[in-house]
Design a protein around this ligand. Sequence first.
Ligand SMILES: Nc1ncnc2c1ncn2[C@@H]1O[C@H](COP(=O)(O)OP(=O)(O)OP(=O)(O)O)[C@@H](O)[C@H]1O
Ligand SMILES: [Mg+2]
Length: 315
Amino acid sequence: MTPADTHALVCRDVKKNFGPTQALAGVSLHVAPGELVALLGPNGAGKSTLFQILTGLFVADAGQVEVLGVDMRHHPVAALARLGVVFQQMALDLNLSVHANLRFHADLHGLPRRESARRIAQLLASGERKILGLVAPPGAGKSTLAEVLMAHYSPHAQGVPMDGFHLANSELVRLGRQQRKGAPDTFDAAGFVNLLRRLKNQSASETIYAPEFRRDIEEPVAGAIAVAPDKSLVITEGNYLLLEDAPWVQVREVVDEIWYLEVPDVLRRERLLARHMRFGRSRAQALDWMARTDEPNAVRIARTRQQADLCVSWF
Ligand SMILES: Nc1ncnc2c1ncn2[C@@H]1O[C@H](COP(=O)(O)OP(=O)(O)OP(=O)(O)O)[C@@H](O)[C@H]1O
Ligand SMILES: [Mg+2]
């Protein structure tokens, strides 16, 4: 038997740095079912950081966390669904409403959202190719939710991210736009709209290939996603599905429903910071990139919220 089979919680060599400050230097911990473990340590020892990693709010720089055998890094939603959390204070965040606090707990347990499930059932029942869009500011969890939905509605659903239409880095350099990669004019928006149209009218004998954005190399890769004709639901996700400027505005004409993901800003920034750092930026570089590039985009995206067909909380 592996430790994951016998333990409720496993941490293996978990490391976390914030810039030059080492918060966790390789924490390993095995908690058996029914065992009570308390963490004791002086201020700054890393207790909160470890809790934030255990509850999926931060991502460890290295090491592994498993909750009842489920890996937190690769399956965060399934791992969180197995975990109960009692906060230090009555409310998680005094700025959140009672509803938002309850929603957070419900989401930690992976409670289904009835309205979204009903809408997807309706799309699937139509017997025609349908396209669902997910939109939200950077780091909200669009790609994560798309993956969850794809897994849940497998084999009927296929994801096709807008991010696949990032311009190549060489083209951004040629245009002088590399410092604001992620802004609307750093994507091949017309190519994205065209692909959505093809997907909407896909013939029964055709496989359509879509590009994928690879974060490890920070480049799009053509032909990475095969969309088979029998997929009833295509889930596309990205920042600019509801932008009113040409050619983005045409996305709305092709996509059947667009949902806006709602995440408290503080939590979204936390997720974004953790992801930037996981993919190689220092804390200072990540914060700088967020302030100069992600946040202006986030403001623009937030303004499109009222055009969405449904707002879904994802926190
Ligand atoms: N419900 C959740 N609970 C905890 N962490 C989450 C949740 N959803 C997403 N995350 C984490 O937040 C980070 C950002 O999520 P994701 O990459 O899906 O966002 P995104 O909206 O697709 O961002 P971008 O616009 O930059 O593509 C990821 O590291 C992901 O693992
Ligand atoms: Mg994404």
